[in-house]
Design a protein around this ligand. Structure first.
Ligand SMILES: [Fe+2]
Ligand SMILES: [Fe+2]
Length: 276
């Protein structure tokens, strides 16, 4: 969406996020997202009807929005559109691999790489490292309910434990767990308000997940998530190539060509500019 006609109160924006240190620790993507939230609220205020995000099941769109907020970043790069050009995409081979998606569709994939790097450095299991590496990649396709979409898209190719952990990380993000050092993110308080109550399906998913035998795996995604927004971190896919080989069942026909129940999701990421 474009914000050309509105004045941005820079100080108020920075204060709303918790100060300059918090803002400096954000990567561009996160900053752009936060700015969008801030602007949407300002627009609502300007129109005299401040929407309580805490109770809103449907998030408001700006008057001049051209895409829905939940659309994936391959379809609508985040942030004011004049600052984020639609990226050019390389053609993919006839047998696309997971690595190819990382290089040609999801790059630089900083957030998931940082998350997996931390999981590896802190001695997490290979399945947790893999889950961290893949936990948000679906956000290139779709953002709303991304954990469910992501788990489904990856399910045919990873262990049940990995896809389960990815499915439940979205709900666990909203619930602190002292035992594992997971605090409610300050950023959520800034973005959703301090009395934010997660949607009913999120509450139910949390109740289910916290007593599950794989709770730890999903919880570790959220823990590593907290430390994966460093704009200065140098990360690479290289340390994960062997793990990908062991933990991801690469279909021999190539992703998108294997006639799996989710092949169309991969094809959609291969050809996001196809009109039909
Ligand atoms: Fe996520
Ligand atoms: Fe994440």
């Amino acid at each position: 969406m474009g914000f050309g006609k509105m004045d941005i109160d820079r100080r108020a924006f920075i204060a709303s996020l918790g100060g300059i240190a918090v803002v400096e620790a954000m990567d561009d993507e996160t900053k752009a997202e936060a700015l969008e939230h801030f602007m949407v609220e300002k627009i609502d205020e300007a129109m005299g009807g401040h929407v309580e995000l805490a109770n809103a099941q449907v998030m408001p769109a700006a008057e001049d929005a051209t895409v829905r907020r939940g659309v994936g970043s391959l379809f609508a790069p985040s942030g004011p559109q004049n600052a984020r050009k639609m990226p050019a995409l390389a053609a993919m081979s006839d047998k696309p691999t997971l690595m190819e998606f990382f290089e040609k569709r999801w790059a630089p994939a900083n957030h998931v790489l940082q998350s997996a790097t931390r999981a590896m450095k802190t001695g997490m299991s290979e399945e947790i490292v893999m889950a961290c590496l893949l936990h948000d990649v679906v956000q290139n396709l779709v953002k709303v309910d991304h954990a469910w979409w992501g788990a489904q898209m990856l399910e045919p190719y990873v262990s049940e434990k990995i896809s389960w952990a990815i499915r439940y990380h979205q709900a666990l993000r909203f619930y602190p767990d002292e035992k594992y050092g997971y605090e409610y993110p300050e950023l959520y308080t800034r973005l959703y308000g301090k009395d934010y109550v997660p949607q009913p399906h999120i509450q139910k998913a949390y109740e289910f997940a916290r007593n599950h035998k794989w709770y730890f795996e999903a919880r570790m995604i959220t823990v590593n998530d907290l430390y994966a927004f460093d704009p200065n971190a140098k990360v690479s896919i290289e340390p994960f190539i062997d793990i990908m080989g062991r933990q991801f069942k690469q279909p021999k026909e190539g992703l998108g060509n294997d006639n799996s129940p989710v092949a169309h999701m991969w094809r959609t990421m291969m050809f996001p500019d196809n009109p039909l």
